[in-house]
Design a protein around this ligand. Structure first.
Ligand SMILES: [Zn+2]
Length: 278
């Protein structure tokens, strides 16, 4: 069933587990993610991100995501991740996404607030939810995930959440997007301070490559949504490479890729504690 973030994250926050956002840029990834969630009776968040649109047009992938969510036996949020422009966020909502993330984190603070507020107003009128971001989630490839001045402060998080009215908040506590080149150092103390300062569910970006212990500590510290994409790509890529080496052909290789991604999603669902919470 198609739901929004509030429908699943409030419960997650209360019961101290997290729901994964698994971006699915094509119907193979989509099939894998939904199957994993159904097998484990877990709520799930699927979607795509603005930087991923070259790999799956919004106009084509949106109807597939929404159809899969409606048909699923578990609650499914269709989320537009890292919306960089107001226009694209509006387009995602018009195409039926039940949630958008507006990432104005690189913009001046006043502009970030003003634009986020506009999107919140529109999304709420349409029954959809909004995730905002404060602080800068690092880019693993450039190694900037260790710059402590990028960490979100509790005061920034409180002010931003209150000023914008977002339903969920992405915080920078040392994780980064992409493949980590060095071990990430999460600031769990900072996370706990933020948790005590804001009421909305908190989101951890850059969930690929963190250790099981990192996840356990983050979720215990108040994270209720974790974004995962790179790990699904790595699982799919490995299966495709094996299929090619074994001369299995396109369709059999494709099936093995779907199975590998499904297994990767199952692993994360179990780790996040959302199995059986549908
Ligand atoms: Zn992100």
């Amino acid at each position: 069933m198609l739901v929004n973030l509030n429908d699943i994250l409030k419960k997650a926050q209360k019961e101290k587990y997290a729901v994964g956002l698994f971006n699915t840029t094509d119907t193979d990834m989509l099939q894998a993610a939904i199957a994993a969630a159904e097998e484990l009776s877990s709520p799930i968040i699927i979607g795509t991100a603005e930087v991923l649109l070259p790999y799956g047009e919004l106009e084509l992938i949106a109807p597939a995501l929404i159809a899969a969510a409606k048909r699923a036996s578990v609650p499914v949020v269709v989320h537009y991740d890292h919306g960089l422009t107001y226009a694209r966020c509006v387009e995602a909502l018009q195409r039926g996404f039940t949630s958008v993330m507006f990432d104005g984190s690189v913009k001046p603070y006043a502009q970030n607030i003003a634009e986020t507020k506009e999107i919140v107003k529109l999304a709420h009128a349409m029954g959809a939810t909004v995730e905002g971001e404060i602080g800068h989630v690092g880019e693993a490839a450039t190694g900037d995930n260790v710059l402590t001045d990028m960490y979100t402060t509790a005061e920034e998080a409180r002010a931003y959440a209150e000023d914008t009215g977002v339903d969920a908040l992405a915080v920078a506590i040392g994780s980064a997007h992409g493949v980590y080149k060095k071990k990430p150092m999460l600031n769990i103390g900072r996370l706990k301070e933020i948790r005590e300062s804001v009421r909305v569910p908190l989101v951890l970006h850059g969930g690929s490559g963190l250790s099981d212990e990192d996840f356990a500590k983050s979720i215990a510290g108040g994270i209720a949504k974790v974004n995962v994409f790179t790990d699904l790509c790595l699982a799919g890529e490995k299966a495709m490479k094996e299929g090619t080496e074994k001369n299995l052909g396109y369709l059999e290789t494709r099936n093995r890729k779907v199975d590998a991604i499904r297994e990767a999603v199952r692993t994360k669902i179990r780790l996040f504690g959302s199995a059986g919470k549908a």
